[in-house]
Design a protein around this ligand. Structure first.
Ligand code: NAD
Length: 301
């Protein structure tokens, strides 16, 4: 049994902490939201009213926070993880944040004599609940080996991507592909509509041809061809447009900082920005089809 401190018990962190409890670990949790804390308590997490209480004496400390700013506060702030973690504690940040912050926080951990991994996930809330997340992990190899048994209780695929920041780099590269490919698939269905090509026929052909991709075959953005895709439930998420925009902007920040040319990623970020500004942040990200297909006389079908 490991004594775990878990900070950030929201949509993802809550079920992840619950899976650690189910696996027999003692989990002390902290969240600034009393609602998240109460919900976690219902799954067997020991609810703590301060960060200090949650991390005191913990063997491993997980964080699952909204953005880089919260991660810096929790790790580097007064009374934060670097100041209060027990000697030898393993620190694992599962939040999706910018690569630069991930590396700064990793440097801070090294100065504090602690091992830290960036370990963002994919698989969404469903994967967090089912314990089938994919972990993309950056940091020292020996820390990765220490982390693996705990990560296995929350995920199915656990990959050591490289040194500090490599997990975040993998996450934003993957999600840039996803954002761009989703838009491409939406554009193809919008064009098919204009040309009078049946949507199911396009799906049957493209899913067996060179246009095949996850956005088409697993998450088809029009109702019908993939029965459990969000398009069949009026685009209830799933993965929100707001989250996709966040990840695409993180990819653009990293492109600008590193000098990479990612014009399609930039266009995808611009389109998701437009879509979210239209009040659609909480729609599933595949609902951008409605914006791309707008003005077509058959758009409601
Ligand atoms: P969420 O907003 O539901 O949860 C974040 C939690 O952190 C909230 O409960 C909030 O109160 C808490 N928090 C914020 N600042 C805090 C602080 N200083 N101290 C303690 N608690 C604090 O978000 P989520 O959906 O759980 O996502 C968490 C992270 O996982 C994000 O970085 C997101 O990009 C990433 N992610 C989410 C999904 C998804 O489908 N939801 C999928 C993959 C990755």
């Amino acid at each position: 049994m490991t004594l775990v401190g878990f900070v950030g018990l929201g949509n993802m962190g809550g079920p992840m902490a619950a899976n650690l409890v189910k696996a027999g670990h003692k989990v002390r949790g902290y969240d600034t939201s009393s609602g998240s804390l109460e919900q976690a308590a219902g799954t067997g997490v020991e609810a703590c009213t301060s960060l200090a209480e949650a991390i005191e004496g913990a063997d491993t400390i997980f964080t699952m926070l909204p953005a880089g700013k919260a991660v810096r506060t929790v790790y580097q702030g007064t009374g934060g993880v670097f100041a209060a973690a027990a000697a030898g504690a393993l620190l694992i940040d599962c939040s999706t944040i910018d690569v630069a912050t991930a590396r700064i926080v990793a440097d801070g951990a090294e100065r504090a004599g602690l091992d830290l991994l960036d370990a963002p996930v994919s698989g969404g809330v469903g994967g967090a609940e089912a314990g089938t997340l994919t972990f993309m992990v950056g940091g020292p190899a020996d820390a990765f080996d220490r982390a693996r048994p705990l990560l296995s209780t929350m995920g199915r695929t656990i990959v050591h991507a490289g040194p500090a920041g490599a997990g975040q780099a993998a996450k934003i590269c993957n999600n840039m592909v996803l954002g761009v490919s989703m838009i491409a698939v939406c554009e193809a269905f919008a064009l098919a509509d204009r040309l009078g090509l049946d949507r199911q026929k396009l799906f049957d052909i493209a899913s067996q041809s060179s246009g095949q991709c996850w956005s088409l075959t697993n998450y088809c953005p029009v109702p019908g061809p993939v029965p459990d895709s969000p398009a069949n439930r009026d685009y209830a998420p799933g993965f929100t447009a707001e989250m996709m925009l966040k990840d695409l902007r993180l990819a653009q920040d990293a492109s600008n900082a590193s000098g990479a040319a990612t014009p399609m990623g930039a266009e995808a970020a611009a389109l998701y920005g437009l879509y979210c500004n239209g009040g659609n942040q909480q729609q599933d990200f595949s609902a951008i089809f409605k914006m791309l297909a707008a003005n077509h006389k058959d758009k409601a079908r």
